[in-house]
Ligand binder design. Structure first.
Ligand code: CDP
Ligand code: MG
Length: 747
């Protein structure tokens, strides 16, 4: 039967909703609702304003509150309905039986460490429990994730479980994409985004709870967050901190957080039998594909999870698997191939969570993200080639590159565990048992110890944290890396010789970009080309996904790509692509015709808008200087001069500082032009050290732009012999020697 409660024609605000809930509690209706037995609906009389959720949200006016259908399955379409099926599913998760205990623990302690098997419900359930217990009355709940995809997909799941629209009560925030609103009380976000929030709100006063999730991943941002939130916990008594992780680092976390109690959620895991190869695999991609196919033809039904290292690999395996299964006919079950990576459209991302149709088998192609951050139901077989892509950084040379590396034993165990969630499983390791036992490292090295720290150092300096050596690190970075970071920021003119933030540095910190990119943006002011430079920065931020190249149309795609690059360098080429698209009024058709990914372009468009907004904030006018390409290139060089390289006779290049042999990436538009001098955006190590995104420069610019960094002897070129000599020792040298004496921002 349907009960209907009419509430007088009054204006109500969000805060009044809580009162209303109490009103319902008295009527038993709320309790029924909590148990999942009924549906609550709020809305205005004519139904137009039907609020979209059952909980706190009220559009401005509410005319009726309706409790309907006790014991009746609510229809999906019904706004405000919460699916009972989902409610039941929530209760079957291992974490559910600890709900009350967990809430008590949070109530009694300011900081707690939670450890539980992947998939037990930490990420999706805990924030909801805290919300149900009223913690969101004082502020939002933040839950940090190391990866963008995880933040997005978990937020989508939780908003679905709560029966609210994504971006309303439950939202997510990732770099360049804010899917939250004034209503948001549970906010999933990347750890990097929470770090940035400190810039505007140093004590995070709009949050009542911060949950640092996936803490075992030990990303750079998570490690820095540890130190910052620990400090907040000391100064704000009303603040709650939860550190959650999947593996056995809990004791270390507890020690760091002054002996915070550890809460273990016992998981049930079925046995997973590991299989190894007899000899090491030379070609792990080939081996992975044949293993997947072998499982598919010989093993009982059950989904497969294959771990790969990145989007390019996933896409190529996707293609190869499709090709190989084409001839299978009807005798063999259907194999549904589901790739997942950050740039995949959301609707395709959702596909991996859909139940596999009867009689078919799914194979999920994922990166490390599926190791602990995402749980996919129904996986019975794991194929683990044993590799992942990691950043590596050499503090001595300042070189940073993305490299495919063997995983750690802890990762191998996590990966295998994914096969044993719903029943016994099998894990096919494409390496030998000997490697597993004797060659893999126990644990991965935390990112803070193998990355360029310039970005976080700039953030910390903007937060007024001057003394970096004594910052509360769980594992301190190598002091050489800290020094390098300070040095780089000094070179970019973000810090002065005393290690203090300069005006340029303060402006740079406003941009959620790496320091060299943000320096390029800030420098565009001087060269009057901010219009062009923000476009380039936006295009670079999208990643290497602007162009696509279908296998059967490679020549056409290459030609299309080269059309944008008449030898002016890859940055200008990106600018040309964007401007051509803009001229065609952002046409999708145009993208198809030019082998350009429309999705990436739209993202660049969004990012560009945001960067433009930030330009205003730092009071840089939007100015265009289209006829003077050199001005744009000088602005680029103002950011990227530390990445300068000079051509050698054999066609290779030599980097100027810390000389190393590098090559132009084959995808570059100037790979055949071989400019004498250039700056590059990044290095990638595949078969060689390749420079990706390069722009030709004039050597004298280096001395003009960065006289404290380059001297005439560095840019020894016959063309500029006649330039005046610099005097005295370079400022960088003086600064360095100060550090060595321990005076500058270090101790
Ligand atoms: O964080 P933890 O690994 O402990 O688990 P979780 O991410 O909260 O996931 C709990 C359960 O929610 C999983 O076992 C999945 O069955 C389900 N889930 C889902 O179906 N779809 C998602 N996008 C996320 C989670
Ligand atoms: Mg999780």
């Amino acid at each position: 039967q349907e009960k209907r409660f009419s509430v007088a024609n009054r204006r109500r605000r969000d805060t009044e909703a809580v009162e209303m809930m109490k009103f319902f509690a008295e009527l038993d209706a709320w309790e029924e609702h909590q148990k999942g037995k009924s549906t609550l609906k709020f809305g205005s009389q004519d139904g137009k304003n039907a609020a979209e959720d059952y909980n706190y949200v009220f559009e401005d006016q509410i005319d009726f509150v309706q409790l309907s259908g006790i014991d009746e399955e609510p229809s999906e379409a019904e706004s405000g309905s919460i699916s009972r099926g989902l409610m039941e599913e929530r209760k079957t998760l291992p974490i559910y039986s600890f709900r009350d205990e967990l809430l008590h623990a949070v109530n009694d302690h300011q900081v707690i460490i939670i450890e539980g098997e992947t998939g037990c419900g930490k990420t999706t359930q805990l924030p909801q429990y805290l919300h149900e217990a009223g913690y969101t009355k004082q502020g939002m709940i933040a839950c940090t994730q190391p990866r963008r995809v995880a933040a997005m997909s978990v937020a989508a799941r939780v908003s679905h479980e709560m029966g609210v629209k994504l971006g309303h009560e439950v939202g997510y925030s990732i770099r360049f994409e804010d899917c939250t609103s004034e209503k948001t009380v549970i906010k999933y976000m990347t750890d990097g985004m929470l770090l940035r929030e400190f810039l505007g709100e140093p004590n995070l006063s709009s949050y009542s709870v911060v949950m640092v999730d996936e803490a075992h991943e030990r990303t750079l941002s998570t490690d820095i967050l540890f130190g910052l939130v620990k400090d907040i916990a000391r100064s704000r008594k009303d603040f709650k901190l939860i550190v959650s992780s999947a593996t056995l680092d809990a004791v270390k976390f507890s020690e760091f957080f002054d002996g915070a109690p550890i809460f273990r959620i016992p998981g049930h895991r079925f046995p997973v039998v590991p299989y190894y190869t007899r000899v090491p695999e030379a070609d792990y991609i080939g081996a992975a594909i044949s293993t997947v196919l072998k499982i598919h033809v010989t093993e009982p039904l059950g989904d497969i999870l294959l771990f790969l290292t990145g989007q390019e690999e996933i896409e190529s395996v996707d293609g190869m698997l499709k090709e190989r299964t084409r001839g299978f006919g009807t005798k063999i079950a259907e194999l549904i191939i589901c790739p997942i990576f950050a740039n995949l459209p959301t609707e395709l991302q959702a596909k991996i969570f859909e139940p596999t149709p009867e009689g078919a088998r799914k194979v999920v192609l994922a990166t490390n993200i599926a190791e602990t951050s995402l749980t996919i139901n129904g996986i019975k077989y794991v194929v683990d080639p044993g590799f992942c892509k990691t950043k590596s950084y050499n503090p001595r040379t300042g070189m940073e590159s993305l490299v495919v590396n063997p995983i750690s034993r802890a990762s191998a165990n996590q990966r295998a565990g994914r096969a044993g969630r719903t029943g016994p499983g099998k894990c096919f390791r494409l390496y030998t048992e000997y490697s597993y036992k004797h060659e893999l490292e126990d644990n991965a090295v935390p990112e803070i110890q193998r990355t360029n720290l310039a970005n976080v150092v700039l953030t910390l300096k903007s937060l007024g944290i001057h003394d970096l050596v004594n910052f509360d690190f769980m594992d301190p970075p190598p002091s050489e890396a800290l020094l390098r970071a300070l040095e780089q920021l000094f070179a970019l003119n973000a810090l002065n010789a005393k290690g203090e933030l300069t005006k340029t540095g303060r402006r740079m910190a406003e941009f959620p970009l790496d320091p060299m990119l943000s320096k390029m943006v800030v420098a565009s002011d001087k060269y009057k080309c901010s219009e062009e430079i923000v476009t380039i920065a936006a295009m670079l931020s999208v990643g290497n996904t602007i162009f696509y190249c279908p296998k059967d149309k490679q020549v056409h795609a290459d030609n299309a790509r080269m059309n944008f690059n008449p030898g002016n360098g890859d940055h200008i080429a990106l600018l040309n692509v964007y401007n051509a698209w803009k001229e065609m009024e952002y046409s999708t058709q145009w993208c198809y015709e030019n082998y350009v990914q429309v999705r990436s372009m739209k993202r660049a468009h969004d990012i560009r808008d945001q960067l433009e907004g930030l330009l205003q904030r730092v009071q840089i006018d939007i100015r265009s200087n289209p006829s003077d390409l050199d001005a744009t290139k000088k602005a680029i060089a103002s950011g990227f001069f530390p990445h300068a390289a000079k051509l050698r006779k054999d066609g290779s290049y030599r980097t100027l500082k810390n000389p190393q042999t590098v090559y132009i990436h084959p995808s570059s538009g100037v790979v055949r032009v071989h400019p004498r001098w250039l700056v590059y955006n990044e290095l990638v190590l595949t078969t060689k050290e390749y420079m990706r995104q390069v722009t030709d420069i004039k050597p004298e610019w280096l001395v003009e732009i960065a006289p404290h960094y380059y001297h005439l002897k560095d840019v020894d070129d016959p063309a500029i012999k006649k330039m005046p000599r610099g005097q005295g020792k370079p400022a960088l040298w003086q600064w360095n020697s100060q550090i060595k004496m321990g005076r500058v921002g270090m101790r």
